[in-house]
Ligand binder design. Structure first.
Ligand code: AMP
Length: 114
């Protein structure tokens, strides 16, 4: 846990969230400012800043993160497709410095990504 990290506080329950999934390694919740009908954030319970630091996570936690994406996509009925995005660093406008994967879906998404 990292002090003053918004997402660490969400994992602890100190800040409320709408949980959609949890296991030993990951927590997932609805984005407060959704960009699509389904917009879920999946985060590791161990604090790392972003994708550039993913190798700091134990292998099991890395695997669990991607396994969680598949489980959430199924639970959210995204069989027509979905997009997974992880903003990393200033060029990507990362605003919360705790690794998170955005799962976006529930409608036709734009052909362009940026
Ligand atoms: P990023 O810009 O990739 O760092 O994404 C951070 C995301 O966190 C944004 O999509 C925000 O809407 C979302 N967010 C910020 N605060 C909260 C919160 N308290 N609960 C849920 N989502 C949040």
């Amino acid at each position: 846990m990292m002090e003053n990290c918004l997402f660490c506080k969400i994992i602890k329950g100190d800040i409320p969230s709408t949980k959609v999934y949890e296991d030993e390694y990951c927590y997932a919740f609805r984005d407060i400012n959704p960009q699509a009908p389904v917009h879920v954030l999946v985060i590791p319970k161990i604090h790392v800043a972003n994708m550039a630091e993913i190798s700091l996570l134990p292998q099991e936690a890395q695997t669990a993160l991607f396994a969680a994406v598949k489980k959430i996509a199924e639970a959210e009925k995204l069989e027509k497709g979905f997009r997974v995005v992880s903003n990393c660093g200033p060029h990507a406008c990362q605003s919360v410095h705790h690794l998170h994967l955005h799962i976006l879906g529930g409608r036709q998404l734009a052909e362009t990504m940026v």
